[in-house]
Design a protein. Structure first.
Length: 180
């Protein structure tokens, strides 16, 4: 089941297959196992509103969703992201689309970051922290656990969580009388 194949016993008992989440996948992050889905988002760093989101199974690497998350309507020309998004392909894609690459530098084994790269990452982290606040707020809304079966239901549930977050954030911004 981990690799997407369905056990043969489920073909004989179709109801059993309906009770299992056949679309979710397993992954590990920092040695901790996860099972389920990921919420990939594009956030306006000024207002912390979600502009674009994509839902994938947990095994999809963040870098595979970069192009889908780019939003030409979002006025920013700088793209801030963690080092998981850094690759030659992503750098080329951002350059072709006219974005300035502000993706974190990545250290490799036996090749640590230079002091200049560390300072650049620190500056970038100030911008990225605003996106992490969004994930924290969604988690406070109960967004860590999905009790759905299937990716279609997970997409709806995650989409609704993102919508509720945006509504709460917009209400806060109105109360603060933020200049638009």
């Amino acid at each position: 089941m981990n690799q997407g194949e369905v056990p043969t016993a489920w073909h004989e008992q179709p109801a059993k297959g309906r009770q299992k989440n056949q679309n979710a996948r397993r992954t590990k992050k920092n040695g901790q196992p996860y099972f389920g889905y990921k919420n990939h988002i594009n956030v306006d760093k000024r207002h912390k509103l979600i502009h674009v989101y994509r839902v994938t199974d947990a095994s999809v690497h963040d870098s595979q969703c970069l192009e889908m998350l780019l939003d030409p309507e979002n006025a920013g020309v700088e793209i801030f992201a963690d080092s998981a998004h850094r690759s030659e392909e992503s750098e080329q894609l951002l350059q072709e689309k006219g974005y300035r690459n502000r993706i974190h530098e990545r250290a490799y084994r036996n090749r640590p970051l230079s002091k200049t790269q560390e300072k650049a990452n620190t500056r970038r982290s100030h911008h990225r922290a605003r996106v992490e606040h969004v994930f924290g707020a969604i988690a406070q809304q109960g967004g860590k656990i999905l009790r759905t079966v299937g990716i279609a239901r997970a997409k709806v549930k995650i989409g609704m969580m993102n919508l509720v977050y945006n509504m709460r954030r917009f209400t806060y911004l109105l109360k603060q009388e933020v200049a638009w």
